[in-house]
Design a binder for this molecule. Structure first.
Ligand code: SF4
Ligand code: SF4
Length: 450
């Protein structure tokens, strides 16, 4: 009898600790609805505690409750090594950068490039005419126009553009004679000091590179795949600035983190060239690689339903930077983690909340020999041109995007370790944070009347 009571008491104490942690975490995060919900659950635990006072002739109730609790927790927390291993589909092929939405946005009506492009891709014309007729990114007539945040974002993006001449450069004649381990350690530590959230090295693969350049001077130029090693890193996007997406704070935060990633990438590339090895930074508006794929293969995360890199610390709430180089570095072997895709199969929150219905709510499909999800980038970009921002609603609603603190890290870790927990994690996220939610208010210091 005493063991039955001890088991139930331990379960109740653990439950109280979890709800208290949720309560204080939500207080700090200023999520008042979650604070209220976590408080409502405390009486339920108190009622359950009354079972501990049952007289001896009602032991069978305690036995049933204990057995149910034991079976349920054992089932939910079965460790992942008891489940079949899922093999990853190998990616193939290259993307032509001319076909991505940013490249298509740069085509000037009536120009030679414009005419050639739509001759080659006539099916893109109707859609592209549509986004050209809209207010456009940071446009004054756009839905979420906000003078302060839009002007701030524009200012930051102009500085990012100013970094473009530094992505490439001259290599010093003589390579510094240091072994790959020392180079790797130096780059990792320095980058962390400079503000990256995570950084790793990988072997460059054919599919990491665009086939043909699509923007600025790179237009129509075959990409040469000059480098063997990729350095990928992430920088965190601020949770409060992302929470009010698709309002003006999101594009201001995107610009801020593109700038941070751009500075770190260009300074690292320059450092590597100073050490005598060729290097190129890939930064906003000036990529020769598909950055999320390089970051994924460096084990910084996995690609989720919404097509963004999902990291263990911040989910998709990051920007990615890449440097390609021939400097000898200690590369990571790819370790596929199926937990993200498995969670996405159960979650669908980004698809439910996407204002453009651009994220598939169906199963993965075979695209270029890979079973995956693919967002409708035309619908997504058209929405951006109407909203005036880069939207980010998918990023803000993703359960992986919660702040990097003890409470959410325990949940993210449990999602990776316990496959049966994933279903319940989705249900809990829906219960506490809502399934289809409204964007948070803009921070007061950004709000304007215009
Ligand atoms: S919101 Fe859900 S389905 Fe979408 S990427 Fe995040 S975890 Fe996956
Ligand atoms: S950025 Fe917005 S429109 Fe684009 S996929 Fe995400 S939620 Fe949808």
């Amino acid at each position: 009898m005493i063991y039955l009571k001890l088991f139930l008491a331990a379960f109740l104490v653990l439950s109280v600790c979890i709800f208290l942690l949720l309560f204080f975490t939500s207080l700090i995060e200023q999520r008042i609805k979650v604070v209220a919900k976590s408080l409502v659950l405390i009486p339920a635990i108190v009622c359950l505690s009354a079972l501990l006072l049952l007289p001896a002739n009602f032991n069978w109730i305690l036995i049933i409750i204990d057995i149910l609790l034991l079976l349920t927790t054992t089932y939910i927390f079965l460790p992942k090594f008891l489940f079949p291993t899922i093999e990853e589909d190998k990616a193939t092929g290259n993307i032509d950068e001319r076909t991505i939405m940013f490249a298509r946005k740069e085509l000037k009506p009536g120009s030679e490039r414009f005419n050639e492009y739509y001759k080659e891709y006539p099916s893109h014309k109707d859609n592209d005419d549509k986004f050209r007729s809209m207010a456009g990114l940071l446009g004054e007539q756009s839905k979420f126009y906000n003078s302060l945040s839009y002007n701030a974002a524009d200012a930051i993006f102009s500085i990012v553009d100013g970094l473009h001449p530094f992505v490439n450069g001259e290599v010093k004649d003589k390579p510094v004679d240091i072994n790959p381990k020392q180079f790797s350690q130096f780059i990792k530590h320095w980058s962390k000091k400079s503000g990256v959230a995570s950084i790793a090295f990988t072997k460059m693969k054919n599919y990491h590179w665009y086939s043909v350049g699509g923007r600025g001077e790179r237009y129509n130029r075959p990409i040469e795949q000059e480098h063997k090693i990729g350095i990928a890193f992430t920088v965190e996007m601020d949770h409060e600035m992302v929470a009010s997406a698709p309002k003006g704070s999101i594009i201001m935060e995107s610009a801020t983190q593109y700038l941070k990633a751009g500075i770190i990438a260009t300074q690292l590339a320059q450092f590597i060239r100073n050490c005598g090895f060729d290097a190129r930074a890939h930064i906003d508006g000036n990529y020769e690689v598909v950055a999320p794929l390089v970051a994924r293969d460096a084990n910084l995360g996995e690609i989720g339903r919404m097509g963004l890199l999902m990291t263990p610390e911040f989910g998709p709430r990051v920007r990615v930077g890449v440097i390609t180089t021939n400097m000898p570095l200690l590369v990571e072997e790819r370790q596929y983690d199926n937990s993200y895709e498995d969670f996405c199969e159960k979650c669908l929150k980004c698809a439910v909340n996407c204002p453009a219905s651009a994220i598939p709510d169906s199963d993965k499909k075979i695209i270029n020999n890979v079973n995956r999800w693919q967002i409708n980038s035309e619908k997504c970009f058209n929405y951006w041109c109407m909203a005036g921002t880069d939207c980010g609603r998918c990023m803000s609603t993703c359960p992986y995007s919660h702040p990097n603190n003890l409470m959410h890290n325990i949940i993210r870790w449990s999602i990776r370790q316990f496959p049966n927990f994933r279903y319940w994690a989705v249900k809990m996220d829906d219960f506490f944070y809502g399934r289809k939610t409204a964007p948070a208010k803009l921070p007061n210091w950004i709000e304007t009347t215009s």
